[in-house]
Ligand binder design. Structure first.
Ligand code: ZN
Length: 390
């Protein structure tokens, strides 16, 4: 099997002779120490950290950065002057503090994310192919735009579909534009395949939300090919880890992110064990984070990938606090007649509102009240962003 495009990109971006484990780790330590030196000179939020480390193992001795730190000290975490910032994402947080989490990117941060997207998407998108992008198009340098730019660089065509379309609109896109590739969130893809059929679609990259095992399996059955899951977050400039042709975990963008897995008490866990993903974004220019607790449940797969790459592979399950919801997603989407559903807590317990694309039968044993309605062409997704119980 050929080595991944991500290996080639990492060699090019970091001027590395090879992407062996030794060379990757030497590159990471070098970039980490450059970052620590800058933070020391800046005397901002990270002023108490050492100026350099002797080994990557020593990283686990540094304190964590939390989501609360981001909310409280936003500009204190900015490594450059405001004038170097190309884009700011403001994320309203729940709770009563009224504070918002702000994330800053330079033009360089965004450019390197486009290059990473092009490397990941290049495993499944070819010159001349047509991709429907089902992520929000929230303006210049938003997620949709960055993906469209990466696809254009691959010599392929993209359709700026966005999110929240009706099934009738999606069916028309499938018929008129004949896309072969889907890029978007997993549940909307399953819903599209069940209601509209796969049409010309043959391949898909999914990201932006947890992909429950049953959803993955059902999509692969309907699509007739293996999925390419991707993982990213705003804290890492949207691109973080992507699946190769071996489909055995997601290769981490290791010249951008150092990943650690920690137990609930914060101690490091060995490869293979599930815990919380902690990231150090050594590749970020505007707002690098050191040991940021993501709240995502993950593990690092031991050993080299069957594709031959030594780049570490990540498996992500869900948010740490959402394992029960994941069980619900698995149980409900295992039912082939479910087009979409929404779960809500009411005074008398959990209620499931289900759009059906077949006759409901054999309900799983769930402590929930169900209501059904056949899906109509004008229906739109019941949930537009990340899924959860409302
Ligand atoms: Zn691989």
């Amino acid at each position: 099997m050929t080595i991944t495009r991500l290996d080639a990109l990492m060699r090019e971006q970091e001027a590395m002779a090879s992407t062996s484990r030794t060379e990757i780790e030497a590159m990471q330590l070098r970039k980490l120490n450059v970052l620590l030196k800058k933070e020391h000179n800046r005397q901002g939020f990270y002023r108490s950290l050492p100026e350099s480390l002797r080994s990557l193992d020593e990283l686990s001795t540094l304190p964590f950065t939390t989501a609360e730190d981001l909310t409280k000290h936003g500009s204190g975490l900015l490594l450059l002057s405001q004038s170097a910032v190309e884009r700011v994402i403001t994320e309203r947080t729940s709770g009563t503090t009224g504070n918002a989490k702000r994330l800053f990117y330079t033009a360089g941060d965004l450019e390197r994310t486009i290059q990473f997207f092009a490397a990941g998407l290049g495993e499944l998108i070819f010159p001349g192919s047509v991709t429907m992008i089902c992520f929000p198009f929230s303006g210049p340098n938003g997620l949709g735009d960055l993906i469209a730019e990466a696809i254009q660089r691959l010599g392929a065509k993209s359709l700026r579909v966005g999110v929240g379309n009706s099934y009738a609109e999606l069916a028309e896109i499938l018929e008129q534009e004949r896309p072969d590739t889907f890029v978007g969130m997993p549940v909307p893809l399953l819903s599209l395949l069940r209601v509209c059929g796969r049409g010309s679609l043959r391949r898909a990259l999914v990201s932006g939300d947890a992909c429950p095992e049953a959803v993955l399996r059902c999509i692969e059955d309907l699509l007739g090919s293996k999925l390419f899951p991707h993982y990213g977050s705003r804290e890492m400039a949207l691109g973080g880890a992507v699946t190769c042709l071996a489909h055995d975990g997601m290769h981490l963008r290791e010249n951008h992110v150092i990943a650690e897995i920690v137990s609930p008490d914060g101690s490091p866990l060995p490869e293979g064990e599930w815990g919380e993903l902690v990231i150090t974004t050594i590749g970020m220019e505007a707002m690098p984070l050191i040991r940021y607790r993501t709240g995502d449940r993950a593990r690092i797969l031991p050993g080299d990938c069957p594709c031959g790459s030594a780049i570490r592979r990540l498996e992500i399950r869900s948010r740490l606090d959402a394992t029960e919801f994941l069980d619900l997603e698995n149980a409900v989407f295992s039912l082939p007649w479910v087009a979409d559903y929404r779960a809500a807590w009411r005074a008398d317990g959990l209620h499931l509102e289900v759009l059906t694309c077949g006759d409901p039968e054999a309900l799983p044993n769930l402590a929930a009240a169900w209501s059904f309605r056949p899906v109509r062409p004008e229906d739109r997704p019941l949930i537009r962003g990340k899924r959860g119980i409302t």
